[in-house]
Ligand binder design. Structure first.
Ligand SMILES: *Cc1c(COP(=O)(O)O)cnc(C)c1O
Length: 353
């Protein structure tokens, strides 16, 4: 039976990417060697790193005033590394608290400067993205989480602020049209929407760097990684290669406009059914609902295990809600086809508890 992967992360990848990635493990670029066993200083690997950087710049429409890095440590490392590189202890950064990852970013940045909460939806169980923002005067930057993977909410507007925006885009990077120039910094763990686990994309406007007074350890200094093209030490070559293959796939499917069309169609199909079908209830308010992670409940809690089993019996994988949240979460990352969402909707319509 065909499996339909609605898992939240690591998430679904295009079949063609998986096939090419498998091929490179056997024989990379007809070199007779595996990509797993060649030097990161070799010509072929440098070409992979360069092309990946170029494609990121092309998709985000950014120029050489931005640095593009492929780092390790996950998005979780960027929670503190961003503050270490951008914020002095006597300076203030504003944060929006829109979910679990946003809260963790706040917790981790705390040690490196003064933080101000510009908005929060915590009191209502993170069921929406607040549109009102209270930015601290002289904020060095505003940190947002563009897509809240666990609660299933997403920014569908760009906050209008005078300071640079630092965005955690781990779960919606390259899922819709985005102009990188609107951001001071973007970071994303690759494993949700752009590749395999093990690498984190970091894009930062170079003019924001070099203003902090603290001593930065070499490996935690963005300027080092930009200058060394992410190869100060051994980079995670294979996950970067999988990201490159995914970036090529995105371009071949119409770029970010193509992704936006795909993802809008999938989201409309599922949310329309959630609105129509009395057996199910969406968890997030209209206007804030995520195209990437749709969270919902069965109207009757007793139906939850029944629908879980029904999905499983039909090849749907990874649709259970986050372990601390429960309910259902349908992750519809770029590579998930419309036919998978159609199957889920068919199951919702045929569900006879
Ligand atoms: C998954 C996720 C993270 C954590 O990513 P790691 O790479 O596991 O550290 C952070 N932010 C968001 C929005 C996420 O979805």
């Amino acid at each position: 039976m065909k499996k339909h992967n609605f898992g939240a992360g690591p998430g679904i990848l295009p079949q063609s990417v998986i096939a090419e990635a498998a091929q490179a493990v056997q024989d990379f670029n007809h070199s007779g060697l595996s990509i797993l066993e060649i030097s990161h200083r070799s010509k072929d690997v440098i070409a992979v790193m360069d092309e990946a950087e170029d494609l990121v710049k092309q998709l985000l429409q950014i120029g050489d005033d931005y640095g593009v890095m492929f780092l390790t440590g996950g998005a979780s490392t960027q929670f503190f590394m961003s503050a270490m590189n951008l914020l002095n202890e006597d300076e203030t950064a504003s944060f929006t608290d829109t979910g679990e990852w946003a809260s963790k970013a706040i917790e981790e940045a705390h040690n490196f400067g003064k933080l101000h909460i510009a908005s929060s939806s915590k009191a209502s169980g993170y069921d929406h993205i607040p549109t009102e923002l209270d930015i601290a005067p002289n904020s060095k930057y505003l940190h947002i989480t563009t897509n809240n993977t666990i609660y299933g909410s997403q920014y569908h507007f760009l906050p209008k602020v005078d300071c640079p925006i630092v965005a955690d885009m781990s779960s919606d990077i390259f899922s819709r049209q985005i102009n990188g120039n609107d951001y001071g910094m973007i970071y994303a763990g690759a494993q949700k929407n752009m590749g395999a686990a093990g690498v984190t994309l970091v894009v930062v406007k170079k003019s924001l760097l070099g203003t902090v007074k603290r001593t930065l350890p070499t490996m935690l200094d963005y300027r080092v990684h930009i200058a060394k093209k992410s190869s100060h030490n051994t980079p995670p070559v294979y996950p970067i290669y999988v990201s490159l293959l995914t970036l090529r796939w995105i371009l071949s499917e119409g770029g970010l406009l193509g992704m936006e069309k795909r993802n809008r169609a999938k989201a409309e199909l599922l949310y329309n059914e959630l609105d129509r079908n009395p057996l199910f209830v969406p968890k997030v308010k209209k206007g804030s609902q995520s195209w990437m992670n749709a969270t919902f409940l069965t109207a009757d809690k007793a139906h939850e295990p029944l629908f879980t089993a029904y999905c499983k019996a039909n090849g749907i994988v990874g649709i259970e809600g986050y372990r601390t949240v429960g309910g259902f979460r349908a992750s519809m990352y770029n590579a998930l086809g419309l036919e998978s969402v159609q199957l889920l909707v068919d199951l919702m319509q045929n569900f006879k508890p």
